[in-house]
Design a protein around this ligand. Structure first.
Ligand SMILES: C[S@@+](CC[C@H](N)C(=O)[O-])C[C@H]1O[C@@H](n2cnc3c(N)ncnc32)[C@H](O)[C@@H]1O
Length: 312
């Protein structure tokens, strides 16, 4: 994978100050950045830590790991864990379980992954239908586009892309098989949808396929659930999401500790949520940040603190 990479398209970290303010409560604590990417947030976390602080950063993408290692350089406080954050408790060395002061998740794909045509994420660049964030999984966009049944495709496009023309698009894909590249997929979609909304439709369909390929909602649920096992009392969970499906899961989990968002009560009627919300209102980037970095425009940041007994 690395050999094909010409250069790393630098990812501008989103809401850096807001994330640090919510995340780092103890400069000598143990932290996890579950989405290392180009290392922008990780480097800033290290800047906020003292000599006894520790940071474990996770990514499943070799290209991100190579770029971030170079960007951050040697630092005894810093360790990279290669893998899927859905296996958080397996990746994190056991002595740190229950000791973590903060976890940051900056969900989705990086600027590099989107811009590198070869990765197959973008409808604006031609490339193979891949869309895997890492090379450890088998399922690719090619498999989804060329081998899924009509009903599966339709439901993915509707549920993960929130695209109303899902039936028409799924039908067109099936009739045009085999589809080899992102450009071919783009042309197939363009033939059956309203040209006025073409870019939005393409963005929705590509997002839907990407979510399916990387099982993004499932692994998000896994990491959120496992966060309770690794965080200490008072530990912070700081999550930035970029579309409503993710944000809904995050919002419910941070409110109630489950994905229904319903706070359980004990016998006496006391709330049993494992979290205390740090921000009641979702945090979004300032107009100034969006002007400088349009990729930040849909970001939603939510922060909660694990409270006494949470997860036990
Ligand atoms: C939005 S970028 C993070 C950018 C980073 N905060 C920075 O400042 O450069 C998301 C990164 O998380 C990684 N990622 C997304 N989902 C993941 C998962 N389930 N497991 C491991 N890494 C994941 C992607 O490969 C990508 O590099």
């Amino acid at each position: 994978m690395l050999s094909k990479m010409t250069s790393y398209h630098q990812h501008i970290p989103v809401m850096l100050a807001e994330c640090m303010q919510g995340l780092v409560t103890n400069p000598n604590g143990i932290y996890i950045d579950g989405t290392l990417g180009g290392g922008g947030h990780s480097k800033e976390i290290l800047n906020h830590l003292d000599t006894n602080g520790k940071l474990f950063s996770i990514d499943q993408d070799d290209e991100a790991i190579a770029a971030a290692s170079e960007y951050i350089g040697d630092d005894d406080r810093f360790s990279i864990l290669k893998g899927n954050f859905g296996y958080l408790t397996t990746l994190l060395p056991p002595p740190n379980h229950g000791q973590v002061a903060g976890i940051l998740l900056d969900l989705g794909v990086s600027t590099h992954q989107i811009r590198e045509g070869e990765r197959g994420f973008s409808f604006q660049q031609d490339g193979p239908l891949d869309m895997r964030m890492g090379n450890m999984t088998r399922l690719t966009a090619y498999e989804v586009v060329n081998n899924y049944e009509y009903e599966q495709l339709r439901d993915i496009i509707f549920n993960y892309g929130e695209e109303k023309a899902s039936r028409r698009i799924a039908q067109a894909i099936i009739q045009s098989r085999p589809i080899e590249t992102t450009n071919e997929l783009r042309i197939v979609i363009a033939e059956v949808v309203n040209q006025k909304f073409l870019v939005k439709t393409l963005a929705r369909v590509f997002q839907a396929i990407r979510i399916e390929v990387n099982q993004e909602l499932e692994v998000l649920k896994d990491v959120l659930s496992q966060s309770l096992e690794v965080l200490k009392e008072g530990g912070r969970l700081v999550v930035m999401s970029y579309h409503s499906l993710e944000d809904r899961l995050v919002k419910r989990f941070l409110k109630a500790g489950n994905f229904e968002g319903k706070i359980n009560k004990d016998f006496f009627g006391n709330d049993l949520s494992p979290f205390r919300l740090i921000n009641r209102q979702v945090i979004t980037p300032s107009p100034n940040e969006v002007a400088q970095n349009p990729a930040a425009r849909s970001a939603k940041l939510r922060i909660a603190e694990k409270i006494n007994g949470g997860g036990s």
